[in-house]
Design a protein around this ligand. Structure first.
Ligand SMILES: *[C@@H]1O[C@H](CO)[C@@H](O)[C@H](O)[C@H]1NC(C)=O
Ligand SMILES: *[C@@H]1O[C@H](CO)[C@@H](O)[C@H](O)[C@H]1NC(C)=O
Ligand SMILES: *[C@@H]1O[C@H](CO)[C@@H](O)[C@H](O)[C@H]1NC(C)=O
Ligand SMILES: *[C@@H]1O[C@H](CO)[C@@H](O)[C@H](O)[C@H]1NC(C)=O
Ligand SMILES: *[C@@H]1O[C@H](CO)[C@@H](O)[C@H](O)[C@H]1NC(C)=O
Ligand SMILES: *[C@@H]1O[C@H](CO)[C@@H](O)[C@H](O)[C@H]1NC(C)=O
Length: 427
């Protein structure tokens, strides 16, 4: 990809982000529709997804050859077909947001459900989720997701996966779009929180109805919503990124104006959103390390994830693929690479800080950019709404090529999260 293409991509992405996120807000007005999802048998499925040259040999569930997990690297690898059924489905889990319940909304192809992530080093088995193991590890603990709609996507996947091991109770939810929620797995005395603070730091979201077209971010101030509850949390997962690509004005230390990322419209100093993202990650990690470096708590920062618009957000077949990219088919885009680098470097710095302070706090990256990037086939697309083609194919239809169908590849993020936690426990 050339540099101009990169710039074009960024320019194209910004409106995409705005257009896909705004419509999501109206989703909860849709009435619950009756389940119409079905899962075909494994044999039929393989027939329908198989093309002679694209079949990769099935990976058997291998026993780990080596007990020492610390060398397992999930960041590189490829997706291989599997016969394993997803642990949950479109009717068995109530936690799935309707906009991401693709099957319930009428998506009928199911090939995207049957892939497993094979790490590059083939001695590492595909990460497999084990609900009761996960629950045992978080027994008597609190785990929190902090971020935007992708964090929520992962959280809902985790609730669905864990529900196969023990039934949770939703003990708290806010009135608006389920931005702040809390589940308790009483059997394990384990609590899972969700904080909708998509900038990590304090910020004011753009508001069309007030005529405000940009976000305002206070990059040095951790968001009070999570910071005030942090004492209770044992494991924190930060996950955001995409929101930072929107128009924004930035304030730094002492609420001093740093600049904005749309200087051509707004006469202020150019301050790019990669730096803003990096600063927000740094502020958040600093807050956690400052308060808990001595503790046995843990922080995980999810790598940035990719969206797959191949056309305009409102055109038919804008993310129409039904198979993942094969590794090597496509290069990871500039924007994701930059975001990912920022997160990695900030994590490395925080780890060093904790070490220097003689602390024990664990800080890691949840390394999912690459595996997610390859999954162009698993976005809701038009199935963000129930039965989008009930009255025939339409040329103009809204698409979500940012979030992930549940069940879907984001379940693998949680399988990898489990591997991380297992490793902490073993160490
Ligand atoms: C979904 O899972 C539930 C519980 O395992 C099962 O009873 C139901 O038949 C499944 N539905 C579909 C469509 O596979
Ligand atoms: C596991 O492997 C890592 C990296 O190779 C090594 O540093 C560590 O000492 C090993 N731990 C055990 C318990 O063998
Ligand atoms: C449940 O977990 C909390 C910490 O999250 C702990 O303080 C409490 O003692 C635990 N309760 C039981 C019955 O173990
Ligand atoms: C936008 O402004 C309207 C009108 O003041 C308000 O009702 C709404 O909650 C605001 N939305 C957001 C996301 O802040
Ligand atoms: C932009 O701001 C600078 C410095 O504050 C000022 O000198 C300049 O006149 C402004 N330009 C416009 C077009 O407002
Ligand atoms: C994600 O972060 C890890 C560092 O924690 C890094 O090694 C890896 O390359 C990143 N992966 C991708 C695909 O961006």
């Amino acid at each position: 990809m050339g540099k101009t293409q990169h710039q074009n991509l960024i320019r194209k992405l910004i409106p995409c982000v705005l257009y896909t996120l705004i419509p999501l807000a109206v989703l909860h007005y849709y009435r619950y529709i009756s389940p119409r999802c079905s899962v075909p048998t494994a044999d039929k499925r393989l027939e329908s997804t198989a093309t002679t040259d694209s079949i990769t040999p099935l990976v058997q569930e291998q026993e780990a050859e080596v007990k020492n997990l610390s060398w397992w690297d999930y960041s590189e690898g490829h997706w291989v077909q599997t016969r394993l059924e997803p642990l949950y489905n479109c009717t068995s889990c109530e936690a799935i947001k309707l906009g991401q319940n693709c099957m319930l909304n009428g998506r009928s192809d199911t090939g995207y459900l049957y892939w497993q992530w094979q790490p590059k080093d083939t001695r590492c088995p595909p990460p497999v989720f084990d609900a009761s193991l996960f629950l045992r590890i978080i027994r008597n603990k609190h785990l929190a997701f902090i971020g935007g709609s992708i964090a929520r996507n992962q959280l809902e996947s985790l609730i669905c996966l864990l529900s196969t091991g023990s039934k949770p109770e939703l003990v708290y939810k806010d009135s608006d779009e389920h931005k702040f929620r809390r589940w308790v797995f009483y059997e394990y005395n384990a609590t899972i929180w969700s904080f909708w603070t998509q900038f990590f730091v304090e910020g004011i979201q753009y508001n069309q109805s007030k005529g405000i077209n940009h976000n305002t971010l206070y990059l040095d101030t951790p968001n009070e919503k999570w910071a005030s509850e942090l004492d209770k949390i044992d494991i924190v997962v930060f996950s955001s990124g995409r929101w930072f690509a929107q128009k924004a004005i930035y304030y730094g230390e002492g609420n001093q104006l740093l600049g904005c990322n749309f200087p051509q419209e707004n006469n202020c100093t150019d301050f790019n959103f990669f730096d803003a993202f990096r600063k927000a990650v740094r502020t958040s990690l600093k807050e956690v390390t400052k308060r808990f470096y001595k503790s046995d708590k843990a922080v995980v920062v999810a790598n940035y994830t990719f969206a797959h618009f191949e056309g305009e957000w409102n055109e038919f077949a804008t993310c129409p693929k039904t198979e993942p990219y094969k590794d090597g088919d496509a290069e990871m885009p500039y924007l994701e690479n930059e975001m990912r680098k920022s997160a990695i470097e900030e994590v490395a710095m925080a780890v060093k800080d904790v070490k220097e302070m003689g602390g024990r706090l664990k800080i890691e990256t949840l390394d999912v950019t690459k595996l997610t990037f390859l999954r162009r086939d698993a976005h809701p697309g038009p199935y963000m709404f129930p039965n989008p083609f009930a009255n025939g194919i339409k040329e103009k239809v809204q698409n979500d090529c940012v979030h992930w169908c549940l069940p879907g590849p984001i379940d693998t993020w949680n399988a990898i999260l489990l591997q991380l936690m297992k490793r902490w426990k073993d160490e």
